[in-house]
Design a binder for this molecule. Sequence first.
Ligand SMILES: Cc1cc2nc3c(=O)[nH]c(=O)nc-3n(C[C@H](O)[C@H](O)[C@H](O)COP(=O)(O)OP(=O)(O)OC[C@H]3O[C@@H](n4cnc5c(N)ncnc54)[C@H](O)[C@@H]3O)c2cc1C
Ligand SMILES: *[C@@H]1O[C@H](CO)[C@@H](O)[C@H](O)[C@H]1NC(C)=O
Ligand SMILES: *[C@@H]1O[C@H](CO)[C@@H](O)[C@H](O)[C@H]1NC(C)=O
Ligand SMILES: *[C@@H]1O[C@H](CO)[C@@H](O)[C@H](O)[C@H]1NC(C)=O
Ligand SMILES: *[C@@H]1O[C@H](CO)[C@@H](O)[C@H](O)[C@H]1NC(C)=O
Ligand SMILES: *[C@@H]1O[C@H](CO)[C@@H](O)[C@H](O)[C@H]1NC(C)=O
Length: 474
Amino acid sequence: MDLWKGLDVLRQKKWTVTFAILNLLSLSSAARSPAQSPGDLACRKLQHALGPSIVNKPNDQDYHSVVFGAWSLFNTQYSPTCVVLPRTSNDVQITMAAIYQYDSKFSVQAGGHSAPKGWNNVDHGVLISFEHMRNISYDSIKDTIVMEPGIRWGESVTLLESQGVAPVGGRVDDVGTGLLLGGGISFLSPAHGFAADNFVELDVVLVDGTLVTATETNEFSDLFRALKGGANRFGIVTRYEVRAIHTGTADDKTWFGGLIQYPPSSFEALAKAISNYTLYATDPNAAILLYFAHFLQPDDTVQSFAIASIFYNGTSLPSSVFGEFLSIPALQTNLSPMSYPEIASSLSEPQPANGHAQMFGAVVIAGGEDDMHVEVLRQWLNFTNVFQDEYNTTVLAFTPIPISQIAIGRERGGNAMNSPLGSAISRLPLYINECDKKQSVFETYGQYEFLKQTYAKYDPTRFNVRRMDGPQGL
Ligand SMILES: Cc1cc2nc3c(=O)[nH]c(=O)nc-3n(C[C@H](O)[C@H](O)[C@H](O)COP(=O)(O)OP(=O)(O)OC[C@H]3O[C@@H](n4cnc5c(N)ncnc54)[C@H](O)[C@@H]3O)c2cc1C
Ligand SMILES: *[C@@H]1O[C@H](CO)[C@@H](O)[C@H](O)[C@H]1NC(C)=O
Ligand SMILES: *[C@@H]1O[C@H](CO)[C@@H](O)[C@H](O)[C@H]1NC(C)=O
Ligand SMILES: *[C@@H]1O[C@H](CO)[C@@H](O)[C@H](O)[C@H]1NC(C)=O
Ligand SMILES: *[C@@H]1O[C@H](CO)[C@@H](O)[C@H](O)[C@H]1NC(C)=O
Ligand SMILES: *[C@@H]1O[C@H](CO)[C@@H](O)[C@H](O)[C@H]1NC(C)=O
């Protein structure tokens, strides 16, 4: 069973024919592009400055693997004028300075998993890919992890496993570091905050090519905070230094958990249980991801089920936390002692991970609003029915954000989302990494005004907003 598919409100479109046609169109439009466009000028300058192994044109090998490597097929339907594959921060500075000088469109790609169309690829402009910047190392003296932006979460855990540490990253192995700039939700988050709450130091290339190092306390502390949720709008991060979490090696089976699979007859009880869990579960050692899935099988039959991935940092699952999930009738239950590396690989994507056209959309609801949780489930079931001829997979996922996760972010200087604490359930922020591009996510942030001011300070000509696709509202 393909467990990985259920991570968001994610819908795969039937589209083989469409894909072939768009593919031809995009090739012919590339051939017609004007010779002296800003993208051409920037790419020509960059080829001279950085050389052909870093700056790839359409016939070069890495150009195709990057452009067609985006996870959603929608994001492979672009023809950048060139793909820049930097090896160092300095390469990124040179690239950004040229993009700025020639007023070229641009985009940035790390793990490539953005669902919104155009957020990690571009037509007639420069695409910066971090495929060749994927170092990671642990500094035991500072107890931090230094990562380049090309690393994927599965790799990060594997490479640091022998040292018993991991960054707070994502839950699916093939996803990349763009997740950090949108906040980042991990099974470690209830105990350690959003992934971005663990930033220690960030190297950031600003729109004009200037490189700055931002920390919680230095002169760039405003930029540092804006990057915790500000997505791709505040500069290009070329180096992340983050807190190391002592998760243990593969031999340390200090966690307990796994997967429970449920039939459709349990769906409504599950929606109520996740509502109740979100309201009452305060134990930061507990983590859960619940999703409902509707898959069209290759033989045209439909598979409909729910999966709860539940993990507890401890020797068993406390019934005070997970009791409801354990008592709802299940199809199969696979729970055992686990190491963190096992947890990190338990939601892995089949290779190749891409190959479908994807769409996301998200809402936020307060814990305890049972009726709303059930209503969202009903809406999803209705959507699935109404559009069953258009989409062959639909998934609805619930991720509880416990109070502990929000409190940790505040202790560490705050993030841009700035969720309210306690019972102030109006004005909850949307989670940008799971939204559609039409959703005005920044407007829902607790720090929206701060975000706008900080954006105006670091990008006074609004270059990023004018020349790169990404979240609206700044
Ligand atoms: C299968 C799947 C599972 C997921 N699971 C989780 C999960 O468990 N937890 C969670 O929080 N989210 C999850 N997500 C959502 C995920 O956080 C977002 O899709 C995220 O944008 C992916 O980052 P990326 O590096 O893979 O993608 P990319 O598309 O490469 O990057 C995402 C965005 O960030 C920008 N960006 C990337 N790197 C930089 C940089 N260095 N500087 C400036 N801008 C940059 C890109 O331009 C793009 O707009 C999941 C998504 C999928 C598809
Ligand atoms: C989903 O639909 C596409 C296009 O019709 C098809 O190629 C693909 O095999 C389908 N996937 C499944 C799992 O049925
Ligand atoms: C990354 O690793 C490679 C290979 O080990 C090395 O050549 C390069 O200098 C490293 N880059 C950084 C920024 O440490
Ligand atoms: C797991 O719990 C123990 C004991 O409460 C704690 O010391 C440890 O830091 C926790 N591990 C993680 C990865 O949070
Ligand atoms: C909700 O959770 C609380 C705390 O775990 C529990 O006491 C209560 O019985 C649950 N409510 C329902 C309806 O299951
Ligand atoms: C089901 O979805 C369709 C299409 O969005 C909508 O028109 C209809 O009102 C929905 N029905 C219910 C009962 O929500």
